[in-house]
Design a protein around this ligand. Structure first.
Ligand SMILES: Cc1cc2nc3c(=O)[nH]c(=O)nc-3n(C[C@H](O)[C@H](O)[C@H](O)COP(=O)(O)OP(=O)(O)OC[C@H]3O[C@@H](n4cnc5c(N)ncnc54)[C@H](O)[C@@H]3O)c2cc1C
Length: 366
């Protein structure tokens, strides 16, 4: 009988949940017995991920090479496109939107322009629709996963796959040495402390949520010293936003909300009449040197065996945007750490069907 693999995932934001689900699904398809346990200080709906609008777009990941942005982002984009037409897409908050990125000056085309659908430049007339002096713009069709809904769906599916969850703060990854075959570190900003990674800093962002069901398209305005955006989601429209480097508090500031509303009303006047549903701020896990997705072997000072770790953190403003592509790569690295031949189940239809079939039901009927 095959040996049961013991895997710990630390962190239960969008990265931890998707990584746990991806590796579990691959091991299940390969018929490899495993026990996967997730340890996290906070869980959905109380993680940073839950507050994100969930629009697909690589942002605040300057240290991550364009090739990786397109690969991880492209994989995630196609996964979300696949989910969009499934019967539980509403529950997940996954939908497709068209809209604009507008700029006060000319900018290079993004490395991901062939990932999104129908990328083109905004016309002069479109640039004049907003009350900001915009000189250049992109229009394209994009995917979105309203993050609190999507994380709730991931958590439910993880549990149906037999993944177990424990609420606790991990003080050192070496706590797992000798007990687990591999640990996946998906702690987001928590890695600043957990791995003493000082390249990882918070980028604080504050947003508002309003009820404006008439707004169907997204707009992001990039000025010389301001950013404003309107992002429709399943249950609300997100108005943003701010980016403050190095602030560790999540305080909501009324003056910031006032500015957000003023700026967004220059994009679409009607937001001023939209009932306010809430305000939120969160800390993006920004890593100056890019997303950390790699293996590391940690050696405990005690006599215990070395610990295989796969790091998957530092996704900046792109955790939703990269999550599935990163989960795929983290799974490959975990397979290497486990001494298994490379994982190879990436077909979205097969993954979705497997994820949708609880472990104790008749999996063999798939
Ligand atoms: C205002 C705002 C808007 C955003 N909008 C978007 C968007 O539209 N699209 C997009 O792609 N991204 C967006 N983002 C970015 C996105 O939210 C992050 O990239 C994403 O949440 C990172 O996911 P994560 O799972 O790594 O981190 P988190 O969601 O922070 O999860 C980290 C997990 O690790 C746990 N943890 C940490 N340390 C420890 C420890 N020591 N022990 C145990 N558990 C620990 C936490 O409790 C939590 O469960 C936005 C962010 C903000 C702030």
């Amino acid at each position: 009988m095959a040996v049961q693999r013991k895997i710990a995932v630390v962190g239960a934001g969008v990265i931890g949940l998707s990584t746990a689900l991806y590796i579990k699904t691959n091991l299940r398809l390969d018929g490899i017995p495993c026990k996967i346990e997730v340890f996290s200080e906070h869980t959905t709906p109380h993680t940073t991920s839950d507050g994100a609008a969930g629009l697909w777009e690589p942002i605040f990941v300057q240290g991550t090479p364009g090739e990786q942005q397109s690969r991880w982002g492209g994989e995630t984009f196609e996964w979300l496109r696949h989910l969009r037409v499934q019967e539980d897409a509403g529950e997940m908050g996954v939908a497709q939107y068209s809209g604009y990125n507008l700029f006060h000056e000319w900018v290079e085309d993004p490395p991901w322009k062939d990932v999104v659908i129908g990328f083109r430049y905004a016309t002069e007339a479109e640039l004049k629709d907003v009350k900001f002096p915009m000189r250049h713009g992109w229009h394209f069709t994009n995917m979105s996963a309203q993050a609190n809904r999507y994380c709730g769906w991931l958590l439910k599916r993880c549990k149906q796959q037999g993944i177990q969850f424990y609420r606790r703060k991990v003080l050192s990854l070496l706590e797992f040495a000798g007990w687990y075959d591999v640990v996946l570190n998906c702690t987001g900003l928590g890695s600043h402390q957990l791995t003493s990674d000082h390249d990882l800093i918070p980028l604080k962002g504050q947003i508002m949520k309003v009820s404006a069901p008439w707004i169907k398209d997204f707009t992001l305005v990039n000025g010389p010293d301001y950013v404003a955006y309107i992002l429709p989601c399943t249950d609300f429209v997100v108005l943003g936003g701010t980016t403050e480097s190095g602030r560790w508090d999540s305080d909501i500031e009324e003056s910031v909300s006032y500015n957000i509303l003023e700026n967004c009303s220059k994009i679409m006047g009607s937001v001023k009449n939209a009932p306010i549903l809430g305000q939120w701020s969160g800390l993006r896990p920004y890593r100056k040197t890019g997303v950390r997705l790699e293996r590391e072997i940690l050696q405990s000072k005690s006599s215990r065996a070395p610990l295989e770790v796969v790091h998957n953190y530092g996704h900046g403003g792109s955790g939703i945007t990269f999550h599935w592509g990163c989960a795929c790569e983290a799974t490959s690295l975990a397979y290497q750490a486990l001494g298994l031949p490379n994982s190879h189940h990436h077909d979205h239809d097969l993954l979705y069907k497997t994820i949708s079939t609880p472990v104790d039901s008749s999996f063999c009927k798939l």
